[in-house]
Ligand binder design. Structure first.
Ligand code: SAH
Ligand code: SF4
Ligand code: F3S
Length: 437
């Protein structure tokens, strides 16, 4: 049978869709890129904010139309919405035939078999052990150069606003051997960059191996592979990690360190486990150890009881840090979380939008400054492909994760490391010239 898969949400879901694909292929199912050829349509979903779920429901409506023409088609919902809503999804969305949560993908081939023979099926048991470490993901949506490698699953930090612990279960770490094996396989297939991913990579722990030790092992084992990682958590990021980052040139000089808010009152309500002062101290420490580091963040405005003063503190923290880039959101209440149960979603929508716009405007200024400071510098860039605009230009990223576009030069192929001197920039990218080596 032919299947088609569509992915929403975070990097973890991208990695999971690659696991799902590998599992189905092993059982004889065939991946198709064109939805019209599919006999099974799978959608891997996200529940992090209301609008993430709304988007998926919109897609299910489109699949329903396809199903009207071809009734034998089966539609499956995977991922975080599957886990959150379980059989409610079958009731609410008539087009849906199967609902499978993030820890049940090994059962997927059997569930599809059952569904084809006529029954509807829901499988969403969260596991304490499942890591899929015995499965080699099938990279189907890839540039062939850079891949995600999951190192932990789940999260138990219980930030008060966040649905992830409820839909992804307890935190589990994969064995270093299985991580190394996966990276070796990528290397053998000419990949040049891996991003180690987890909801909080800093709490990776396998037997007595910590994240900084894992990173050191990987950096030593693969000196010619670029290594990135995400997401760090301000309450857990260690000094030894900074030492490892500073020691190995193949570890990228970029830290994604979500702050959420600059107000201690908000950080406490969010249950983030650090203060503004501790966060700023950590930033100082990162910069001291890794002078050329880029720092990015996530910011959430309009959480319960956030007032104008709290909001001002977020803006002032952003300025103080001078983030290179940021992902910015307005709070969306998720039922079942601590905040939904015990706090009031009392910032009016209009006010949330105003604050979000202010945060975005400030970040635009900061990103501008960050790029301005790169003009005149020379970076090592990993070539990923052509620029979006033209095949006369190549694009890649530097160690700091900034996108750089430059004119095509003879003999350069995708996957090469080249030296590029930055000459100017646009709102999204640095523009440079390659230096002949
Ligand atoms: N594990 C990562 C974050 C994963 S979710 C961490 O702890 O940093 C990515 C981002 O989505 C979060 O950093 C937060 O800014 C945002 N987010 C999470 N829950 C949200 C909610 N209920 N409403 C709005 N944004 C949310
Ligand atoms: Fe959510 Fe917090 Fe876990 Fe991140 S660390 S996934 S924000 S509970
Ligand atoms: Fe969304 Fe699930 Fe990731 S809720 S952000 S896809 S872990």
């Amino acid at each position: 049978m032919k299947f088609y898969i569509e992915t929403y949400g975070c990097q973890m879901n991208v990695a999971d869709s690659e696991v799902v694909t590998a599992i189905l292929q092993k059982h004889g199912y065939i991946l198709v890129n064109n939805i019209d050829e599919a006999e099974i349509i799978l959608v891997n979903t996200c529940s992090i904010r209301e609008n993430a779920e709304t988007r998926v429901r919109g897609r299910i409506k489109v699949f329903q139309q396809i199903k009207k023409q071809k009734q034998q088609i089966k539609i499956g919902v995977l991922g975080c919405m599957a886990e959150r809503l379980k059989d409610q999804l079958l009731e609410q969305e008539v087009a849906v035939d199967l609902v499978v949560g993030p820890d049940s993908y090994k059962k997927l081939p059997y569930i599809i078999d059952n569904v084809v023979s006529g029954s509807k099926k829901v499988e969403t048991e969260l596991s304490k052990e499942e890591t899929y470490e015995d499965i080699l993901p099938y990279r189907y949506e890839t540039n062939g150069i850079s891949a995600f490698v999951s190192i932990t699953r789940g999260c138990q930090n219980y930030c008060s606003y966040c649905i992830v612990p409820y839909v992804r279960g307890v935190e589990r770490s994969r064995s270093p051997e299985s991580i190394i094996n996966e990276i070796r396989e990528l290397k053998n297939n000419q990949y040049k960059e891996v991003t180690l991913i987890g909801q909080n990579v800093d709490s990776y722990l396998y037997k007595d191996i910590s994240f900084s030790q894992l990173l050191k092992i990987v950096a030593q084992e693969f000196p010619n592979i670029r290594i990135r990682f995400s997401t760090n958590h301000p309450k857990d990021m260690s000094n030894s990690l900074l030492e490892v980052m500073a020691t190995y040139p193949n570890i990228c000089k970029h830290v994604h360190l979500p702050v959420q808010s600059g107000s201690n009152k908000m950080l406490q309500l969010m249950n983030r486990g650090y203060t503004r002062e501790q966060y700023l101290k950590l930033i100082e420490n990162i910069r001291k150890n890794i002078p050329d580091v880029a720092i990015s963040t996530d910011i959430m405005v309009g959480f319960c009881d956030e007032n104008e003063d709290d909001h001002r503190q977020t803006l002032s923290l952003m300025k103080e840090v001078g983030y290179d880039f940021a992902f910015m959101f307005k709070y969306s209440e998720r039922s079942g979380t601590y905040a939904a149960k015990y706090l009031k979603d009392n910032v009016p929508e209009k006010e949330k939008i105003r604050r979000l716009n202010e945060v975005i405007a400030l970040q635009n200024e900061l990103s501008y400054k960050s790029k301005q400071q790169d003009v005149g510098k020379t970076f090592e860039v990993l070539v990923e492909g052509y620029s979006k605009k033209s095949k006369k230009q190549l694009m890649g990223r530097n160690s700091q994760n900034k996108v750089i576009v430059f004119d095509v030069m003879d003999n350069v192929i995708f996957g090469d490391f080249v030296k590029v001197n930055v000459e100017s920039f646009t709102s999204a990218t640095l523009i440079g010239k390659m230096i002949k080596s």
